[in-house]
Design a protein around this ligand. Structure first.
Ligand code: 16G
Length: 167
């Protein structure tokens, strides 16, 4: 992801996210009490996921070794204000390669203008590259295409259709 044209003004990074009270780190069990699921509900329907369900699902994700859920915490408020997941898909093709999927990207809408969307996407995209993914893909709403293009993602003409069956 070093080829990414992403530019930060002023410069920020996962190690130094711009404010002393911001922390970029992996998800942890106690984030259930930091509003992680409430944040996800700014993205889509979450439902009534209780603590046990959350912990069970999270431990399944950790056990698989293929889920890297990354968050941004506001340490002043003890609250999760951004999240994005890297999901690793194992392949036979490309010499048993791994492919990355960028999922469930959300930033609390009251924290606009701090480049946090860019920060969390770049962080997770770099992680995918570090882990040896040969590509990283995502689905997004039309209005977000420009945002992802600004971070180096490209829609491949003739080969970029996202199709879905809902169950
Ligand atoms: C977006 C998300 C996807 C998420 C889905 C939820 C990104 C890049 N894409 O497509 O990860 O799972 O929305 O929408 O964050 P749904 O509830 O309609 O499946």
């Amino acid at each position: 992801f070093h080829r990414s044209p992403a530019k930060f003004k002023p410069f920020i990074s996962a190690a130094s996210p711009g404010e002393p009270w911001m922390k970029v780190r992996p998800l942890k069990d106690t984030d259930y009490d930091r509003g992680f699921l409430q944040l996800l509900s700014q993205l889509t329907h979450v439902g009534n996921v209780n603590r046990t369900q959350f912990l069970t699902r999270f431990s399944q994700m950790k056990a698989s070794g293929d889920y890297f859920v990354t968050v941004i915490e506001d340490t002043r408020k003890n609250e999760i204000i951004g999240a994005a997941s890297l999901v690793i898909e194992r392949k036979f093709i490309h010499n048993c390669a791994v492919r990355g999927r960028l999922e469930d990207v959300v930033v609390n809408d009251t924290y606009r203008g701090k480049q946090l969307g860019k920060l969390i996407v770049v962080t997770v995209s770099l992680l995918a590259e570090e882990l040896g993914c040969y590509k990283m893909s995502l689905d997004c709403k039309d209005k977000l295409i420009k945002f992802y293009e600004s971070l180096g993602y490209v829609a491949i003409p003739g080969n970029s259709n996202s199709m879905t069956i809902r169950y």
